[in-house]
Design a protein around this ligand. Sequence first.
Ligand code: HEM
Length: 484
Amino acid sequence: MTSPELKQAAPLPKGDAQASLDHPVPTPVSVTRPATAKRPPGPVVPAFTQVLTALSPVRIAFDSLKYILENARIYGGLYGIYSGDTATYVVSDPALVHEILVERHSEFHKAQMLRTSVGALLGNGLLTSEDGFWRRQRKLAQPAFHYGRISSYAQTMVQSTRDLIHDWQDGQTRDIAHDMMTLTLDIVTRTLFGTTVKQQAGYIGRLMYVVLEAANDRLNNYYPIWDKLFKHKQRQEHAAIRELTGIVDDIITEHRQHTEDNGDLLSMLMAARDDDGQPMSEQQLRDEVMTLFLAGHETTANALVWALYFVSQNTTVEDRLMREIAPLGNRSPALQDLAQMPYGERVIKEAMRLYPPAAGATREPLHDIQLGGYLLPKGSNIAISSYAIHHNPTLFPDPERFDPERFSPENEPDIPKYAYLPFGGGPRICIGNTFAMMEARLALATIVQGYTLTLAPTQSVRAEQLFTIRPKGGLKMIVRRRAS
Ligand code: HEM
């Protein structure tokens, strides 16, 4: 998916390829076709080109998001990127997405690529586990994410945001991408472990950063040569994982000494029992904690980064947000205010449409399957691109325009099913979606209430797709305190 240079288009299979060109944009309705051995159309990338360009400036210039959209326009809602004897199948037809994530979900596992890049850290946690093991874990973890439970975290979310902006100085230029990462990591650390590790949050954040960057590198450069050339990075990653594991083990041991429920996520996970009355094993607990750590911060950070960016570019949006927040006066937003602040939710949703924080979902079929009239072999790499779906003009007219009104009560019901999926769908839908929306809405309101942000004059904005879709090289913005 992140192939650096894709020069030559594959000879298009006749018939379907032509149909895709005539109707360049995928439609939400897939056509049932007879069984076929035909592979989806798509570009061919010579394997040697990938290796050569892995380390060259071409990779830096390559815009994988643009490439994905171009291919979807040319080939339709299911195409392949072929390189040597490997293929990645990119899906952006909502009907096919529904087929994969919901109707036929038991015929797929997460793609090997995911386990290769984050398996060392996450082990058999919720994000990477499968089948019966995953089902048991999901059942055990689910109660910790019920609304009633996570609503008690609202105050922590606001307090963390206040702590962050407390350090901002009027007129200062800040890397907002870095700030939002710090913020969401602080929130996930406090809500997972309680207040006991507040002092360690910064250190944990730095370790997480090392691991995440290494995983992102691996995702982007999946050639063995990469690991050989950058051995020191691997060593740093392993050291960070060891350190993190030690910290998490200490926290778990410390929690074990208190039998009462401390109200944090870890306490809930520790108290959970399966149908046989069994708790999670020590290893399992650690894997789940690492998973929540990883899955629970970079995504929300990017939702906030893009929301702040779009607000800074749209004065009418900013004015409307301010009018919504005005009744609070100088008081910080709280959970009970959210019902009166629907516009903030629309802003977050629209930011996640334009830049879905999790670039998509990956799957591999457990056997050869027929999908959309094509054959996808067992074990092939499938990438569901929410980015391509969210930018499809037949699903979202004028798709590049930032318009929170797409999510107004009048308009939202018109969005076709599985055309908007920032949190995925089906049984493996994000367990933290309610948590994330609450966090993003409260943090956005708290920041906008205190500061107005403008893009730094030297900052050019380009999104890059790694695990998440984030601004390449960060996002420098000038923060100005609002008159109270
Ligand atoms: C805006 C923020 C977030 C976005 C966009 C997001 C997106 C996603 C997506 C797309 C998936 C499905 C992946 C797939 O099907 O392969 C997922 C799964 C998951 N997310 Fe999130 N997520 C966010 C925040 C969070 C938070 C805050 C947490 C936890 C505190 C979390 C924990 C998880 C976990 C554990 C899974 C795996 C669930 C399972 O397979 O049972 N996420 N997320």
